[in-house]
Write a protein that binds this ligand. Structure first.
Ligand code: GTP
Ligand code: MG
Length: 296
């Protein structure tokens, strides 16, 4: 009987959860950036191998804040735990343990699921490995420990072995050729958001959400000639942010479009043509119906 299980990846913002998901899956499943709180959804990445199938659930960085937007993200991370068979706690060795670490550990303490901990970014020169080891011993939580680099893959083989060992026996949930279950529309919006985040700073990445307004497949003579035409809105909260995204004579939004197109063309079997528009949606992060739709 082969293994089959769901593993929730949890940890403070920017600890490398999405990078690890991508490395384990061997595909770009979840967008990443150096800006905290990049992930806003429960993103499934699927690992198929002779031992069976593990479905990883990437979650938004666990972050203490009473703002409505952050509460949605925190609730999502917490509720994702309910649907998993094991928890993988990812901590960033290059930063000292913060208040968020205690919050995550309290959450782990409250669940009866098998727990594993990955101390990530071992490739970086600064390391707080000892502080994390002490903290985890003190809380008697999240053992066994794995020291890894999600970026280079170092140590992730042993981690995957342990995750398969912890998983229950069962039939796979998804076909063996799937590595994610995300709809094309969501993946396209996310890649656009990633490219926009990478080119902006400070409040712009946080104030941005991307929405696909229209998609249409234009058939060609052959399969490879098909073009998916996509119109997307990049919504920000203020005119000044709109100005930054558009850039001088539209140069910024053009570069975002070209970079996103380049990556999307590698992911999909057809060509993608993007038409990007920047819009202002005042205070969108306080609107419940929109947040319910976007953050899930
Ligand atoms: N040097 C190094 N950098 C890493 C490693 N893993 C992740 N990073 C970097 O850390 C930053 C955050 O990575 P993400 O994977 O987006 O982190 P996350 O935990 O998903 O962040 P949120 O979604 O915001 O909670 C990015 O700049 C990554 O390239 C690692 O093993 N080594
Ligand atoms: Mg992430």
């Amino acid at each position: 009987m082969s293994k089959s299980g769901f593993v929730t990846i949890i940890g403070r913002p920017s600890s490398g959860k999405s990078t690890l998901l991508n490395t384990l899956c061997g595909e770009k499943v979840s967008i990443t950036s150096s800006v905290p709180q990049t992930t806003r959804n429960k993103i499934r990445g699927i690992v198929n191998d002779p031992r069976g199938q593990l479905v990883f659930l990437d979650t938004p960085g666990y972050h203490r804040s009473e703002r409505k937007f952050n509460l949605y993200l925190r609730d999502l991370a917490e509720s994702t735990l309910q649907e998993s068979d094991a928890v993988l706690y990812v901590a960033d060795l290059s930063r000292a343990p913060g208040a968020e670490e205690n919050d995550v550990l309290a959450l782990l303490e409250a669940t009866a699921l098998p727990k594993l901990c990955a101390l990530n970014k071992v490739d970086l020169p600064r390391t707080f490995e000892q502080s994390y080891r002490e903290l985890l011993t003190e809380k008697s939580a999240a053992t066994p420990l794995f020291v890894i680099s999600a970026l280079s893959g170092q140590g992730t083989g042993a981690l995957l072995d342990a995750l398969f060992a912890a998983a229950p026996e069962g039939e796979p949930f998804y076909d063996a050729d799937y590595y994610t279950d995300q709809a094309p529309e969501f993946r396209i919006a996310e890649i656009i958001r990633e490219k926009a985040i990478a080119r902006t700073q400070q409040e712009v990445p946080h104030a941005l959400y991307v929405e696909i307004a229209d998609m249409e497949m234009r058939e060609g003579a052959t399969e490879e000639d098909r073009v998916l035409w996509v119109r997307a809105f990049l919504n920000v909260e203020r005119d000044s942010q709109k100005g930054i995204l558009v850039g001088k004579a539209g140069a910024q939004i053009r570069d975002i479009r070209l970079e996103a197109q380049r990556e999307l063309n590698q992911i999909f079997p057809y060509r993608i043509h993007l038409d990007l528009r920047v819009k202002v949606q005042h205070k969108w992060r306080t609107r419940d119906p929109l947040l319910r739709r976007l953050l899930k």
